[in-house]
Write a protein that binds this ligand. Structure first.
Ligand code: GDP
Ligand code: MG
Length: 175
């Protein structure tokens, strides 16, 4: 299968929101509860079928251990076609922190790339309740011409949808 398109896709957000877990769920369809898990590479690739007969190859870049090293972030951001911005539905402060990541990305990338806002760990909502008013990320996404999707890397809920939705938007921007 040869891909019709290749996109560089970023996954960013504060630590422990589930970025690595989302990639792992999407690429390998697996989940692990051990926090120390690290993918050990800069990016993973996966092809997605986003329409009948249309295939895109995504190289997915996880900011991983570079979170703190601003100087390294430039090469991380450069050339990106789209980004998933992740916060944790069980920790309210991760939402404002996620917004800082968007500001940081925009300070480096000149062109505006498609983004999707992800509220991850939706499986914890019944347990922890609504620690953040979800109208906020919804409104925020609308203002950014984006959409808000709630995912769970644990159950897999909406994970594939999120990547496919981003692929559609990257395609739209680049065709
Ligand atoms: P990262 O620092 O953003 O890459 O976060 P990780 O993927 O390492 O996940 C941090 C912790 O949250 C780990 O203990 C994961 O098992 C857990 N985690 C990640 N996604 C989910 C999820 O959707 N639901 C639940 N319940 N836990 C999650
Ligand atoms: Mg990680």
């Amino acid at each position: 299968m040869t891909a019709d398109f290749t996109f560089k896709c970023l996954i960013i957000g504060p630590s422990a929101v589930g970025k690595t877990s989302l990639i792992r769920r999407f690429v390998e369809d697996q989940f692990s509860t051990s926090y120390k898990f690290t993918i050990g590479v800069d990016f993973l690739a996966k092809t997605v079928k986003f329409e009948k007969d249309k295939i895109a190859k995504l190289s997915i870049w996880d900011v991983g251990g570079q979170e703190r090293f601003k100087i390294l972030r430039r090469s991380f951001y450069e050339g990106a076609h789209g980004a998933l911005l992740v916060f944790d539905l069980s920790r309210a402060n991760t939402f404002p922190k996620m917004k800082e990541w968007l500001i940081d990305m925009r300070s480096i990338l000149e062109e505006k790339i498609p983004i999707i806002i992800l509220g991850n760990k939706s499986d914890l909502l019944p347990e922890v309740g609504e620690v953040i008013n979800r109208d906020k990320p919804k409104k925020f996404a609308e203002n950014e011409e984006s959409i808000y999707i709630e995912t769970s890397a644990k159950t897999g809920d909406n994970v594939e949808n999120a990547f496919i939705e981003l692929t559609r938007r990257m395609l739209k921007q680049n065709s």
